[in-house]
Design a protein around this ligand. Structure first.
Ligand SMILES: CC(C)(COP(=O)(O)OP(=O)(O)OC[C@H]1O[C@@H](n2cnc3c(N)ncnc32)[C@H](O)[C@@H]1OP(=O)(O)O)[C@@H](O)C(=O)NCCC(=O)NCCS
Length: 216
């Protein structure tokens, strides 16, 4: 199935919050903050408007992805610009039809044309492996806390080397969420019950605890 993919437009702003909220609700935590995260990303200078994409089924937005620039501080003491993917969300009724994959593929082509060098993200390897991502560890890339994390994954946009890219990946601070502000933001949307103890939430908790020390 093919869906139209295009750059975000001003009129899509509210609808994309709904899409992300519905995609993420209860999946990783009870409720979700990712729609608020999208709002925070849009405010920072490192936000990349040309890589913010929506997928459409006729006029309805059914998928959305956003990117922000950040850096790897390399072991050689250099700051390399990289881009972070996420959040990405597809409406529950439209998942596993290839829409997420199409959003990522389109963004990759555009990011390559814009000469960005690599994409990084934190996410479930089950989801991203099939989209061509590999563990960031492959290139010696650790978290800002200097540990390897299987959830931290990379998609090089050109031939990059471990020698050049090994170092610490600093996620942009816009991904750090003020819980109270996120709850306040959520009040403008329809109230929803949130559930605890779901299998996807347990999987996420396990995933974020999976770290391996870096023995440099
Ligand atoms: C993750 C997400 C964006 C993927 O988009 P999508 O359109 O559903 O994915 P696609 O149809 O392009 O790709 C499907 C493949 O991706 C992987 N995949 C997608 N969702 C997955 C999930 N929840 N768990 C495991 N693998 C998943 C599988 O390999 C799947 O192939 P399969 O259906 O043959 O098993 C979408 O499912 C979503 O919005 N999920 C909820 C929010 C979320 O988890 N976002 C990502 C946060 S890191």
């Amino acid at each position: 199935m093919t869906f139209k993919i295009r750059t975000i437009e001003e009129k899509d702003i509210m609808e994309t919050y709904e899409v992300i909220r519905n995609a993420f609700w209860d999946v990783y935590t009870p409720g979700c903050d990712e729609h608020y995260m999208v709002q925070q990303i849009r405010k920072v200078p490192e936000y990349i408007p040309e890589l913010e994409l929506v997928a459409l089924d006729k006029d309805k937005i059914v998928g959305h992805v956003i990117f922000v620039k950040t850096v790897i501080l390399t072991d050689q003491g250099k700051e390399l610009e990289v881009i972070s993917l996420g959040p990405i969300g597809v409406l529950p009724g439209y998942q596993r039809l290839g829409i997420g994959g199409q959003l990522i593929k389109t963004a990759i082509k555009r990011a390559q044309a814009a000469k960005f060098r690599t994409i990084l993200l934190y996410g479930d390897p089950e989801i991203y492996r099939r989209k061509g991502f590999v563990p960031a560890e492959t290139y010696g890339i650790r978290t800002a806390d200097n540990v390897y994390m299987p959830a931290c994954q990379i998609y090089p946009l050109e031939n990059i080397t471990k020698e050049e890219f090994a170092g610490k990946y600093f996620e942009h601070p816009c991904y750090q969420i003020d819980e109270q502000a996120a709850q306040e933001f959520d009040r403008q949307f329809s109230p929803r019950i949130s559930r605890t103890g779901l299998a996807s939430q347990r999987r996420f908790n396990k995933l974020i605890q999976e770290i391996r020390p870096f023995k440099g």
